[in-house]
Design a protein around this ligand. Structure first.
Ligand code: ZN
Length: 244
């Protein structure tokens, strides 16, 4: 599970497993904010991203979005066959709107490779449409810590898909932050820095950013990208090449 984990909780560590969540509960989309200060645009080398339409002050709330579905009680210790069986039932139970929302998202090539290993053509659950759905979920889910849980590596955590929030690209030096709420299955995104018109708004997909090397972050980001293209990583790679 390549669930995105918020850097806001510094004690959290990135949870990673190729195994899917167990139960999926469809939820209704939240009312979308009117007059958004950002829009989706093509970003060179990154596909689509979110760009500021006006100057945004640090601390401004950018969105609160409800999950289009939540996978409860993700437990990385469950047997894969148990999970796959549960998922195949629950994914089939998704509303058409939630299904369309998930399938409209982009996916990480790594997740497709991994899922093809997990469910090869000889597997009883092999179905290209099912794999497509799982790959989209793995590439885009955000971790929702369960209050009183024992941390992100324990059984007590959920993951959710937030269609609009998934459009934000990653940066290891993000100008926006996010936090999920277990109580109402929402995610909140706000500006952590002043953001200029035309500037890309980026969040972090990984929990620990400080005191890490570019290699350590690359390892944590493996589920989403081969090479992080954020300015922080590009700068560190350049400095290390110059130092050789
Ligand atoms: Zn980076």
């Amino acid at each position: 599970m390549a669930g995105k984990s918020s850097p806001k909780g510094r004690k959290q560590t990135c949870s990673r497993s190729r195994f899917p969540p167990v139960l999926i509960t469809p939820t209704t989309p939240a009312n979308r904010t009117q007059r958004k200060p950002y829009a989706a645009k093509n970003i060179p080398g990154k596909g689509k991203g979110i760009v500021a339409k006006r100057k945004i002050r640090s601390g401004t709330e950018l969105m609160v979005e409800r999950a289009i579905f939540v996978a409860r009680d993700f437990d990385s210790t469950n047997l894969i066959h148990t999970k796959l069986r549960a998922l195949s039932v629950n994914v089939n139970g998704l509303s058409n709107a939630a299904r369309r929302g998930i399938l409209s998202l982009s996916h990480a090539p790594y997740q497709l490779t991994e899922w093809k290993k997990v469910v090869p053509p000889t597997h009883p659950l092999y179905d290209p449409a099912f794999i497509d759905m799982m790959v989209k979920i793995e590439s885009n889910c955000f971790i929702i810590p369960v209050p009183g849980g024992r941390g992100l590596r324990s059984a007590a955590q959920d993951v959710g898909i937030f269609e609009e929030t998934s459009r934000f690209n990653h940066s290891c030096d993000p100008n926006a932050a996010w936090e999920t709420s277990h109580e109402n299955s929402t995610i909140k995104v706000w500006a952590e820095k002043d953001i200029e018109i035309g500037e890309e708004i980026e969040i972090s997909y990984i929990a620990v950013l400080e005191d890490t090397t570019v290699e350590q972050r690359a390892s944590q980001l493996r589920g989403w990208m081969d090479k992080c293209l954020c300015n922080k990583c590009k700068g560190e790679r350049k400095r290390s090449e110059c130092g050789k």
